[in-house]
Write a protein that binds this ligand. Structure first.
Ligand code: ATP
Length: 267
C-alpha cells in the first residue's frame, strides 16, 4: 500500500523557494481552485499550495466537472505574478510543461493536448485549470490521475492514470512534489519574452496537437483543419480549407482528432 497524501510528506520532498512553502491541506473540499480564489482574495501568500485528499466538485473549463475518485491527486497553487496580469495566460503553458516533465519521469509517454491537458496515447492523465482573478492573482489547479484502477462510465474510454499506464501504484506525495518542483523555474520564465520563447519551444516539442488534423468544437459550430502552431498569446492556429488560418481561443473550444486522423491513430 502506498503512503497517503500528507502535507508534511509533500513539503519534505519540495526543493522550491516559494511554491508550496505554505500548505493549506483539507481532508475534503469542493474545489482546490475555489479555495485558492477565496484565500487569494484575502492574505494568502504567493506560492501557497491548496492540497486536498478528496475533491468533491472539481471543475474543468467552461464549468464542466473534473472527476476525482479515490486515487486522484488534486491541488492548486496560488500565484501572485511579478509580471503584468495580461501575461498570466503564460502560466498555463508553464503548468503543462511542468506536469508533462514530471509525469514523463514515471516512464509514461506523456504529451500535451493543447491547451491544458496531459495525455498518454490520447487518454487524459492530467487536467489543468488556470484561473486569473481580478485581484491580480492566478489559481493554477491540477487534477492528476495517479492511482485510479478504473474510471466511471462516461470517461472510461478517455481517461488514464499512472496506475493504468505503469501497472503499479505511486506515491501521491512524490507526484505532487515532482510537478511543483518543475513548475517553480518554469513560472519564472514567464516574466520575460526570452524566457517565454524558450518555454513555448519546450511546450511545442511536447505537444501532441500541433501538426495533427483536428476537429474544433466551438460554440458556433464545428470544423476541421490542421493545427499548425501557436500565436504569441498561446492561441492555436488551425489551417482550414484553401489555406485559411483560424485562430482558436483556449477558453472557447474542445479539440478532438479529425475523422481521418482518428483512423490513423487507431492503426
Ligand atoms: P475535452 O473537451 O477534450 O475533454 P477539455 O480540456 O475541454 O477537453 P476540460 O473542461 O478541461 O476538458 O475537462 C473536463 C472534461 O474532462 C470532462 O468533461 C470529462 O470529459 C473529462 N474528465 C473529467 N474528469 C476526468 C478525469 N479524472 N480524468 C480524465 N478526464 C476527465
Amino acid at each position: 500500500m502506498t503512503a497517503k497524501l500528507e502535507p508534511d510528506a509533500v513539503a519534505a520532498l519540495l526543493n522550491t523557494n516559494k511554491l508550496g512553502r505554505r500548505i493549506v491541506f483539507s481532508e475534503s473540499t469542493a474545489s482546490t481552485n475555489a479555495d485558492a480564489k477565496f484565500f487569494g482574495r484575502g492574505s494568502a501568500v504567493d506560492g501557497t499550495l491548496f492540497l486536498t485528499a478528496r475533491q468533491t466538485a472539481g471543475r474543468g473549463r467552461r464549468g464542466r466537472s473534473w472527476l476525482s475518485d479515490e486515487g486522484a491527486l488534486c491541488f492548486t497553487l496560488l500565484i501572485r505574478p511579478e509580471f503584468h496580469m495580461t501575461l498570466a495566460p503564460r502560466l498555463v503553458i508553464a503548468c503543462a510543461v511542468g506536469a508533462c516533465r514530471a509525469l514523463r519521469s514515471y516512464g509514461v509517454k506523456a504529451e500535451i493536448k493543447w491547451p491544458n491537458d496531459i495525455v498518454v496515447g490520447g487518454k487524459k492523465l492530467c487536467g489543468i485549470l488556470c484561473e486569473a482573478d481580478q485581484k491580480g492573482f492566478v489559481a493554477a489547479g491540477m487534477g492528476i490521475n495517479v492511482n485510479q484502477k478504473a474510471f466511471q462510465n462516461d470517461i472510461s474510454q478517455t481517461a488514464c492514470s499512472l496506475y493504468t499506464e505503469t501497472g503499479e501504484e505511486h506515491d501521491m506525495n512524490a507526484v505532487a512534489a515532482g510537478v511543483i518542483n518543475e513548475c517553480e523555474g518554469l513560472f519564472a520564465l514567464c516574466a520575460s519574452d526570452e524566457g517565454y520563447a524558450g518555454l513555448i519551444g519546450e511546450y511545442l516539442s511536447m505537444c501532441a496537437t500541433i501538426g495533427r488534423k483536428v476537429r474544433v468544437i466551438a460554440p458556433d459550430g464545428e470544423y476541421e483543419g490542421e493545427a499548425v502552431g501557436l500565436d504569441a498569446q498561446g492561441r492555436l492556429r488551425v489551417r482550414c480549407d484553401k489555406g485559411r488560418i483560424k485562430v482558436v481561443n483556449a477558453g472557447d473550444v474542445s479539440i478532438r482528432p479529425a475523422e481521418g486522423q482518428k483512423k490513423t491513430e487507431e492503426n
